[in-house]
Design a protein around this ligand. Structure first.
Ligand code: PEP
Length: 266
């Protein structure tokens, strides 16, 4: 059976440590009332708050993730953070290749691949984000773009290592971000659209890593997931959780999504 993973990507939205700690504590408290049923839930605060949030949620059901990571162990790399620093803060997961990193900060597949391999070597679970833009979708390139991102970002990763990876399919056109989508209306993928691309990703994982491993890798959906649309998306067979931006910034918005996931994951 596949694991379900629900992640909250806080991006650069919560800028004060106290606020990050207080939201994390509220979410951890909300989780106490939920039978998690094997569902993993993490939040990814920005770096300045990682340590404090890690301390605040120690011993709770809530897990911690980094939003990014550099692939070298240590050294003169201004503005970067290492896998060991994320582990030191208490992280279990790390987001890699998020579309904001790819499209705003110019990260490419080869660079992301180095991070994926370093995270695995260090014992962090990469959440590898992939997804096509509105233009790529309009040009009929959805499958080709996602396949290339998978192939190149996961180059030289073994089937055994894939047991520790989560894939997050996040169509760029569905991410609630006006920098990424200045001219297009932001829409959530319909359940049919999501079903079709998740099936394609599952097939690629099975073809590449074998039936057993390919079938156990969680594939999250991300892109404007919220209370009102999460059930339709999470009940799709090849959607094994969600990566959530805006709706993870408060316990009130995040809890219904987690509850839906834990009910659907039986
Ligand atoms: C994200 O960027 O990972 C994301 C899914 O954001 P939102 O839920 O705000 O669209």
């Amino acid at each position: 059976m596949r694991k379900f993973v629900i992640g909250g990507n806080w991006k650069m939205q919560i800028v004060k440590v106290d606020e990050a700690v207080s939201v994390a504590k509220e979410i951890a408290t909300a989780l106490e009332e939920i039978d998690m049923n094997g569902v993993d839930v993490f939040v990814a605060p920005s770096y300045h708050a990682l340590f404090a949030v890690g301390q605040a949620i120690k011993g709770t059901k809530l897990k911690l993730a980094g939003q990014n990571m550099y692939f070298r162990d240590q050294g003169a790399f201004t503005g970067e953070i290492s896998a060991d620093s994320l582990l030191d803060c208490g992280c279990e997961y790390v987001l890699l290749g998020h579309s904001e990193r790819r499209r705003i900060f110019g990260e490419d597949n080869a660079y992301i691949n180095q991070k994926v391999k370093k995270a695995l070597e260090k014992g962090l679970k990469p959440v590898l984000c992939i997804g096509e833009t509105a233009k790529e979708k309009a040009d009929g390139q959805t499958e080709a773009v996602n396949q290339k991102q998978l192939e190149e970002s996961l180059a030289d990763v073994s089937p055994e290592q894939m047991k520790n990876i989560v894939i997050a399919y996040e169509p760029v056109w569905a991410i609630n971000n006006k920098f990424l989508n200045p001219d297009t209306e932001i829409k959530t993928a319909t359940p049919d659209e999501a079903d079709s691309i998740h099936k394609f990703i599952r097939k690629w994982l099975i073809d590449t890593f074998g039936n057993e491993i390919g079938n156990t890798i969680p594939i999250q959906y991300g892109g404007s997931m919220k209370d009102s649309n999460c059930e339709g998306l999470l009940s799709i067979n090849d959607i094994d959780g969600g990566l959530i931006g805006g709706a993870s910034l408060s316990a009130a918005k995040f809890k219904p999504i987690i509850e839906a996931a834990t009910k659907l994951y039986q």
